[in-house]
Write a protein that binds this ligand. Structure first.
Ligand code: CAA
Length: 386
């Protein structure tokens, strides 16, 4: 792996960092408090190309590579993880899915507004009874001539209440298990679509998450993504990319907590010297830095492999589980370094801690990531690679 970033990668990282510091930092605490969705800043991110970073310019995107994408998600998440997940879901669960599996017409019709920030996307796989066991779906799609009739409920949909287009996974043939699942692009402005319960959440409070309901929703056949029965593999392939985005989000949260801890520990004095020089604190900070460095390398490696066109299932799960657990660990220690101030809402440390937790849960829990990694190891053994 080449550790030098290209000029373009550095420029995109700088663009995201500068935007986050100028536009998001002043409102992040308030958004966390009110739980208001940041329509304006998300729209501006779209205008800057941050909502469709990897999408080809002919479909309204920035045409950037996965490394630039990871660096940009990290910078945005470092300032506010809510913006980070809105961006990550739109980029890697929605735009990537449509660009990879969509027809030319679908790309023209849906990608262009999604990538340029005129529309917002969501990804609806999970159902109340199907979280980790993602193929156990009930939401149904029955074909009637040129349309499919959709009925059912999806749960925990990031941007569900505000999305214009949603990639939906529904059962077209219940007798075929995961091979009976099909993907569709849903226009939420059509009849039969309803936003359900909005989740009151511990963290990433400015990102809105909800149930969504379909009641005899009619989706034209031309909005089917891929072939009938391909839906589960499409869902998993998209998540391989999505998990790299969440790893970058977790990296950003961890970096924010770490840098705040270094600053605080070198200023705050106890027993006659800055607390940084007490081994108990210095070692915590050394461990934070080391884990973040490993997170960075795993996340960039997954992005690099994606850029080279390799299958990244194992590497994106490794990056995601390690980054998520690092974010949780670092933010926990960051509160400890800050003492009472870390527990207070006067500083963003407790927000980083609350925001970090979700990275161990969504787009596959840490347990699911280990399952995915374990299964890939068994495949390598079967293939004689171990
Ligand atoms: N790429 C391509 N194909 C894949 C794949 C991948 N990464 N993973 C599995 N497949 C294929 C398999 O090869 C298999 O194909 P064949 O039938 O042809 O052999 C098929 O899919 C079924 O695979 P499994 O037998 O491994 O399926 P499983 O039922 O055991 O499930 C799982 C595997 C890894 C547990 C999967 O269900 C999973 O990832 N669960 C977690 C789901 C998840 O991450 N949900 C989060 C949703 S998004 C979200 O969080 C909300 C949000 O808005 C951010």
């Amino acid at each position: 792996m080449d550790f030098e970033f290209t000029e373009e990668q550095k420029m995109i990282q700088e663009l995201a960092r500068e935007f986050a510091e100028r536009e998001i930092a002043p409102i992040a605490a308030k958004l966390d408090e009110t739980g208001e969705f940041p329509h304006e800043t998300v729209k501006k991110m779209g205008e800057l190309g941050l909502m469709g970073l990897q999408v080809a310019p002919e479909y309204g995107g920035a045409g950037a590579d996965p490394i630039s994408y990871v660096l940009a998600v990290k910078e945005i998440s470092k300032v506010d993880a809510s913006h980070g997940v809105i961006m990550s879901v739109n980029n890697s669960l929605v735009c990537y899915g449509i660009e990879t599996f969509g027809t030319e017409e679908q790309k023209k019709k849906f990608l262009t507004p999604l990538a340029s920030g005129q529309a917002l996307g969501a990804y609806a796989l999970t159902e109340p009874q199907a979280g980790s066991d993602a193929s156990n779906l009930r939401c149904s799609a029955k074909r009637e001539g040129d349309v499919y009739i959709i009925n059912g409920t999806k749960a925990w949909v990031t941007s569900g209440p505000v999305a214009d287009y949603i990639i939906l996974f529904a059962v077209t043939d219940p007798s075929k298990g995961h091979k009976g699942i099909t993907a569709f692009i849903i226009d939420t402005h059509q009849p039969g679509f309803k936003v359900g319960k909005i989740e009151p959440k511990l963290g990433i409070r400015a990102s809105h998450t909800s149930e969504i309901h379909f009641e005899n929703y009619r989706v034209p056949v031309e909005n089917r993504l891929g072939e009938e029965g391909q839906g589960f593999k499409i869902a998993m392939t998209i998540l391989d990319m999505g998990r790299i985005g969440i790893a970058a989000q977790a990296w950003g949260i961890a970096e924010a907590a770490y840098e705040a801890s270094v600053r605080y520990a070198t200023q705050r004095e106890a027993f006659g010297q800055p607390i940084f020089y007490h081994e108990a604190i210095m070692f915590m900070i050394a461990d934070m830095a080391t884990r973040i460095e490993a997170t960075k390398l795993l996340t960039l490696q997954a992005a690099y492999k994606k850029m080279k066109g390799e299958r990244v299932t194992k590497y994106s799960s490794m990056a995601k589980v390690f980054a998520a657990e690092t974010a949780m660990w670092v933010t926990t220690k960051a509160i400890q370094v800050h003492g009472g101030m870390g527990y207070s809402k006067e500083l963003p440390i407790e927000r980083y801690f609350r925001d970090a937790k979700i990275t161990e849960i969504y787009e596959g829990t840490s347990e699911i990531q280990r399952l995915v990694i374990g299964r890939q190891i068994l495949k390598e053994l079967e293939a004689g690679l171990i």
